[in-house]
Write a protein that binds this ligand. Structure first.
Ligand code: NIG
Ligand code: FE
Length: 419
């Protein structure tokens, strides 16, 4: 007789398998098992497979044939910020572009102002609220970039706020992104800001262990390919993993730069060239694609099919931030992974689980439902994989299991308040 702390029965289990990113035709090789049983002990998956003779648990959940997947991993977010930017909506409607808003002192720089102005506790409280929204939609791990401080104190404050929320209920992976914009006090001295970044802020972040990764915004009018390489090389020397926002708006050779620098992931890639895609494939860099940002900025979708055909492992994330994607719902990005990026449901599932886990350096512990991995799972209201990707605009998460604890997140019946 095998006893588990918790057991799911009669699940339609859909999961990629393994401990590393999946590329090319293998990206869509998802295992689908009907009438599956998942046994959990503590915070770990102890069994996942066909019904097991003699298995029992005091906490047994019948999934009634519904879909169960790994917990979702959102591999690219900017979720710690001081305030929203609703005032930009009218500028956008009037035709201002993302870079025009940034160059006029708005955009990222207006979030820098609001983020510098609030206390660590207030920032942590806002971050917790965002993480709660993500969790209710099935996200169990989220990467979180700084980059709304652009000085040593506020960058550290953002990363500390992210850590205060780690594990409650979403695990947070921290990325330092001081190279998100040049702050206003250095607008006439970019060399001075580059020196501050590489000589003071980055070493401080590494010393205090405030981040695992370093990211740069390599883009026209932001940081050049050469500047990005200098920052990333310094980060590598300090022991950080590397990521880069590249070719989001203009094809500046950012994908090639990310491959040359040895990045774990290259992110956005809307305008990446064929040469850039080949460079990513050659260097084994994971492409983190952000279809909701394409949608919100009115840009084309990244060329996911060309990337998969070239053998680049593709992950999909929200890019949740107050400017180019004020939406923390990864399910919506999954819908547009299919209809916009033209990925199959199986490829898209791998993109938000195992490949996303690899992009944040966690593929050995999360990203699939397999014995020994962390018990992070979603039970969906959907009865099959297609439904999860086909329906959009409603939350299809029923229950989320995070580190072995089950939370019911489905929307309950509407209640009248003043009855
Ligand atoms: O990934 N591209 C740079 N950074 C974010 C946007 C940040 C903002 O507008 O506040 C992005 O889209
Ligand atoms: Fe981003």
């Amino acid at each position: 007789m095998t006893r588990f702390d918790m057991m799911l029965t009669n699940a339609l289990l859909a999961t990629p398998k393994g401990n590393r990113a999946r590329a090319g035709s293998v990206q869509g090789a998802v295992s689908i098992l009907e009438d599956a049983v998942i046994g959990i002990n503590g915070d770990t998956i102890a069994y996942a497979g066909p019904p097991l003779e003699g298995a029992a648990s005091d906490r047994t959940v019948s999934c009634a044939g519904r879909l169960v997947t790994p917990g979702l991993v959102d591999a690219h977010t900017h979720l710690v910020f001081g305030g929203w930017r609703q005032h930009e909506l009218r500028q956008k409607i009037a035709g201002a572009s993302y870079l025009e808003i940034l160059q006029s002192g708005g955009g990222i720089l207006s979030t820098v102002k609001s983020t510098r102005a609030i206390s660590l506790d207030e920032l942590a409280r806002k971050t917790a609220a965002h993480l709660g929204g993500m969790f209710r939609h099935g996200t169990t791990t989220a990467e979180c970039k700084s980059g709304y401080g652009l000085d040593d104190e506020t960058e550290a404050k953002q990363l500390e706020a992210a850590a205060m929320n780690d594990g409650r209920p979403v695990d947070v992976v921290r990325t330092f992104m001081g190279a998100h914009a040049v702050p206003p006090e250095y607008s006439n001295d970019r060399q001075g800001y580059l020196r501050l970044l590489t000589e003071t802020i980055l070493p401080g972040i590494a010393k205090e262990n405030l981040a695992e990764f370093c990211d740069v915004f390599c883009e026209t009018g932001v940081f050049s390919v050469q500047e990005s390489l200098v920052i990333l090389r310094k980060a590598r020397e300090l022991g950080l993993g590397l990521k880069a926002h590249v070719d989001e708006i203009d094809p500046v050779g950012g994908a090639e730069m990310a491959a040359e620098a040895g990045c774990v992931s290259a992110e956005h890639l809307i305008a990446a060239s064929d040469e850039g895609i080949a460079a990513l494939a050659g260097a084994g860099v994971i492409a983190v694609l952000l279809p909701l940002t394409s949608l919100y900025l009115g840009k084309p979708f990244a060329r996911a099919r060309a990337m998969i055909d070239a053998g680049v492992p593709v992950a999909v994330a929200t890019d949740f931030n107050p400017g180019s994607c004020p939406c923390p719902n990864l399910q919506l990005a999954m819908n547009f992974a299919c209809t916009g990026l033209r990925m199959t449901p199986e490829e898209a599932l791998t993109a938000v689980t195992l490949n996303a886990a690899a992009a944040v350096g966690r593929a050995d512990s999360i990203g699939s439902v397999e014995k020994g991995k962390k018990a992070d799972l979603v039970i969906w209201t959907a009865a099959d994989l297609e439904s999860l990707f086909y329906k959009f605009g409603m939350n299809q998460a029923d229950s989320v299991i995070k580190s072995g604890t089950l939370y019911i997140v489905r929307e309950e019946t509407v209640k009248q308040k003043w009855s």
